[in-house]
Design a protein. Structure first.
Length: 278
């Protein structure tokens, strides 16, 4: 059976092959006979920015999860500048957007969640770690709670550490890790209530407890990659592979000196209002 994974950068998609749809500019679909049939498809939305080192929202990852039978859909971590593109892709895929889901209060970009709600009526979903911090959300999902989108169930998995309120989201065979776990790395832990100790525990006790073949869809990637697996991260992640202990990880993170996000002073206040710009 086949599972669809679509890749969507910023321009119209082209379809070149019935089994491997190459889309240098919008969704590409890979069908892999090794995957069992799933109730959902995943469309990866790339954030393409020519000035990546200045406007550091570049290389953010957003995701459309579409339920095969009902055609209901949700979008994870939409970027406000990309909303029109993303809604066009939802329409092209024949889906109806029901939810705009956020992994955390972003510091590098403004979420498109409220703009999407205004245009589609989609409900805005955050993890319950953002309760009392974010206004404008329709629902706060607790750790282990399921969000039903047609016949597909998305489960909240609390993974604080990058921020206090980070939530990953699990589907059968896949996990959306936001800024908790990247491909070969992890998010920073030096503001918004971040904690290297807490992040280590979130990754090791929560994310690494998932099956090794679980596909990892991160919140960012700066090297052109789209996904990894839990098994690969256990083995190859630069700071979190299983050979590294908690003390070493905390020392590494505490020694890092990463510039603050360029849009932080705009993004955090707006994202505390679910993307409403005052």
């Amino acid at each position: 059976m086949a599972s669809n994974i679509n890749f969507a950068p910023a321009q119209p998609r082209t379809r070149q092959d019935a089994s491997f749809h190459v889309a240098p500019a919008q969704p590409r679909t890979r069908q892999d006979a090794s995957f069992p049939k799933r109730t959902y498809t995943v469309t990866v939305l790339l954030d393409v920015n020519d000035v990546q080192d200045v406007d550091d929202r570049a290389e953010s990852r957003s995701y459309i999860v579409g339920d095969r039978d009902s055609k209901q859909a949700l979008i994870i971590d939409a970027v406000i500048e990309n909303v029109e593109r993303d809604l066009r892709i939802v329409h092209e895929l024949g889906l109806r957007l029901a939810f705009a889901v956020e992994t955390h209060v972003h510091a590098d970009h403004i979420t498109g969640a409220s703009r999407i709600k205004d245009q589609t009526g989609a409900q805005i979903i955050y993890g319950d770690g953002a309760k009392g911090v974010v206004t404008g959300a329709d629902r706060f999902l607790s750790d282990g709670e399921a969000l039903r989108c047609g016949g597909t169930s998305l489960m909240g998995l609390a993974t604080p550490g990058h921020t206090e309120g980070c939530m990953s989201y699990v589907l059968p065979g896949a996990v959306f890790t936001g800024d908790a776990l990247f491909i070969g790395g992890n998010g920073r832990t030096d503001f918004q209530g971040g904690s290297a100790e807490t992040l280590f525990d979130s990754v090791r006790k929560k994310l690494f407890a998932l099956p090794d073949d679980t596909i990892v869809y991160p919140g960012h990637d700066y090297h052109g990659r789209v996904s990894s697996t839990i098994g690969e991260e256990k083995q190859f992640n630069e700071r979190l592979n299983l050979s590294i202990d908690k003390v070493t990880f905390v020392e590494i993170m505490n020694k890092r000196r990463t510039p603050r996000p360029a849009k932080m002073d705009l993004a955090i206040p707006a994202n505390m209002r679910a993307g409403r710009i005052a």
